[in-house]
Design a protein around this ligand. Structure first.
Ligand code: NAP
Length: 310
């Protein structure tokens, strides 16, 4: 698997952002650059969030190391999580070479100076480069943070050209935010959004828009319907899970994946880390996908950025 992934990294995709089922490539997405992004990603935010605290939290390191030993190769992080140091320690301790890992960072608080922010992130993670660097949100401009979105993108594009980042993208961007970058020389490779069966469009039309532009979508909070219980999906997910001998987390993650969105999940529990990764040995039917789409649409659930997006 590791060797297959390394080989795949060097293959130019014939079609962008298309998954091939039943092949090793079905565990990855392909960025426009040709980079292969492993699925699912393991998150170092949310429950691990500790902004402003530089002390290394062994529980975070242990969770990441455990996840990597179970086969995760994609680690999601952000400046604001306060866990860049933990990711750095985990990279050293996990026993997998850096070049076989896919590490994502994000910038927002320090957006005024992306060059300095990236330098700090690389130092904390003790690595020479990031595989993916995202502008964490579009909620800033010259007036609020001393820099506009297009200017921040221009500087991040330069950092990519210098080899400090392999690919660049955004997070929580709506269509209007993405259109600010439509004429940029460097195209947006990824938009990371909150996405689950109870939140099928974080902002109007965003999923179809990104897919139509070849922007890879990543889903945070893919297990939202578990946190949002009780809800209309509960009996549907239980029924489908029983059919496949899977748990509800696996069905919800598989649904995200079959919607052509890359799930980012996290757990402190190795058993859940393992089951959340095991979503490739089965395929939901078109009817099951429609049923989850339909019953998921009956409830709205969003965990993050509510104040900014409302
Ligand atoms: N870009 C953004 O603005 C943004 C915002 C939020 C998050 N993120 C990223 O996305 C990552 C994931 O977000 P998330 O934590 O909200 O995702 P999630 O996967 O939907 O939820 C994870 C939570 O569910 C529990 N869980 C995990 N597997 C489970 C299962 N099979 N059954 C029941 N419960 C389960 C975990 O608790 P246990 O530890 O008890 O298992 C954990 O508290 C974050 O760590 C971060 O990297 C990005």
């Amino acid at each position: 698997m590791n060797r297959a992934w390394l080989i795949l990294r060097h293959i130019q995709p014939s079609t962008l952002n298309i998954r091939q089922l039943s092949t090793p490539a079905n565990m990855s997405f392909t960025l426009p650059s040709g980079a292969i992004v492993p699925v699912p990603a393991f998150g170092s935010g949310t429950k691990w969030y500790k902004p402003g605290d530089p002390t290394i939290n062994r529980a975070v390191v242990d969770a990441i190391v455990s996840a990597v030993k179970l086969g995760y190769r994609h680690i999601d992080c952000a400046e604001v999580y306060g866990t860049e140091g933990e990711v750095g320690v985990a990279i050293k301790e996990c026993g997998v070479p850096r070049e076989e890992l896919f590490i994502t960072g994000k910038i927002y608080q320090a957006i005024k100076d992306p060059r300095l922010a990236l330098t700090e992130t690389l130092k904390k993670m003790d690595t020479d480069y990031l595989d993916l660097y995202l502008i964490h949100c579009p909620f800033f401009d010259e007036k609020s943070h001393g820099i506009s979105i297009p200017k921040a993108w221009e500087i991040i594009s330069e950092l990519k050209a210098e080899g400090k980042i392999k690919d660049i993208g955004v997070s929580n961007f709506a269509i209007a935010d993405l259109e600010l970058l439509a004429d940029a020389e460097e195209k947006v490779a990824v938009n990371q959004i909150e996405f689950n069966a109870y939140l099928q469009d974080q902002t109007p039309g965003i999923v179809d828009y990104c897919h139509s532009k070849g922007i890879v979508l990543e889903a945070y909070t893919p297990l939202g319907p578990i946190a949002a219980k009780p809800g209309p999906l509960d009996p549907i997910i239980a029924k489908i899970a029983a059919k496949y001998g899977k748990d509800e987390g696996q069905i919800l993650l598989r649904w995200v994946y079959q919607r052509n969105v890359l799930p980012i999940t996290t757990s402190a529990k190795p058993a859940r880390q393992a089951s959340n990764k095991d979503i490739f040995g089965f395929e939901l039917t078109a009817e099951e996908m429609s049923e989850i789409n339909e019953f998921g649409s009956k409830k709205h659930y969003r965990s993050y950025w509510n104040a900014q997006m409302d």
